[in-house]
Design a protein around this ligand. Structure first.
Ligand SMILES: [Zn+2]
Length: 305
């Protein structure tokens, strides 16, 4: 048995997605010594300033024209991503090199360098090259059901990931892009309805109000598909601190992200939920019975850690 390191590779669409989706889980594995890789498909060039407090006097966006503001956001996002990745504990950040496609039906969708317009096989090849280079046993991506937030770049993340999962190990595909390597498991991130309800009820109890309204609860939920519940009670900070690192994208006064402190979240929901979509190391559990993304992998990999 060759001594291979445990490696986790996560695919995201924009800088800040790595903070809002699954950051504590990644932090937990990074702290354990698992090699962690972030593949970010676009630079987030279409993101607007979401944090109005940065326009106040003495702040970096004070007095800027809309064009200057946009340019400054684009310039700041790589630094924010680097800081977020440092907080979470990513060992590597890889930019896949596409341009942000913007919101659904916006003109940016048609930009020739956008992720949305990219040739599918070419985009899959870029991810395959990273999988073959870093050899992750576990891949994390977005799910097949994105009715809740159908951003073109998020849909594309899913599309290239499912193809790359199979093609990375297939010597017929991209023979020029490195030695084939087959990941063992692929997970979908999900917005846990159970967690949202727990936060909502806690806020009603504490404040008498909650930012989660009927519209939010009308979004389709996928809790019935959850297979894996990871205890992240030691790593809630990775979400909250990494989100704050994205200062242009996240308003620190925003109740939606920061209504509850990490310690309060631990009291009501100290887990992150995952959907195991592909497994080559055993059957996919029915119901949330798994508590480790590397279950079934650890014993097969001759790790030194
Ligand atoms: Zn995004």
């Amino acid at each position: 048995m060759t001594a291979e390191r445990l490696t986790l590779l996560t695919v995201h669409a924009h800088p800040d997605d790595e903070a809002s989706k699954g950051a504590p889980t990644v932090a937990k594995y990074a702290a354990e010594g698992v090699h962690t890789v972030l593949v970010c498909c676009t630079g987030g060039e279409e993101g607007d300033l979401q944090n109005p407090s940065l326009r106040a006097e003495g702040q970096p966006f004070h007095g800027l024209t809309p064009e200057q503001e946009k340019a400054k956001v684009v310039a700041m996002r790589p630094m924010e991503l680097a800081e977020s990745a440092r907080i979470i504990g990513f060992d590597e950040v890889v930019m896949l090199g596409y341009r942000d496609s913007g919101m659904p039906d916006s003109p940016a969708n048609q930009h020739p360098e956008s992720f949305h317009m990219a040739d599918l096989d070419e985009a899959v090849g870029r991810l395959v090259a990273e999988i073959r280079r870093t050899r992750p046993q576990v891949l994390i991506t977005y799910g097949d059901d994105q009715r809740g937030y159908p951003h073109p770049d998020h849909l594309r993340v899913h599309d290239i990931s499912v193809l790359a999962f199979d093609r990375a190990g297939d010597p017929e595909w991209y023979p020029e892009l490195g030695e084939p390597f087959q990941p063992s498991k692929m997970y979908y991130s999900t917005w846990s309805r159970a967690r949202t309800i727990a936060v909502h009820e806690r806020l009603l109890e504490r404040d008498g109000k909650s930012p989660f309204d009927e519209k939010w609860f009308a979004r389709p939920d996928q809790d019935a598909r959850v297979t894996t519940r990871v205890d992240i009670s030691e790593h809630q900070f990775a979400r909250s601190a990494a989100l704050r690192a994205h200062a242009t994208q996240v308003d620190p006064g925003e109740g939606w992200w920061f209504a509850l402190a990490d310690s309060e979240l631990n009291e009501i929901y100290p887990w992150e939920d995952w959907i195991l979509a592909r497994s080559l190391v055993g059957p996919i559990p029915e119901g949330p019975t798994e508590d480790d993304l590397f279950a079934g992998v650890r014993d097969r990999v001759g790790t030194d850690s």
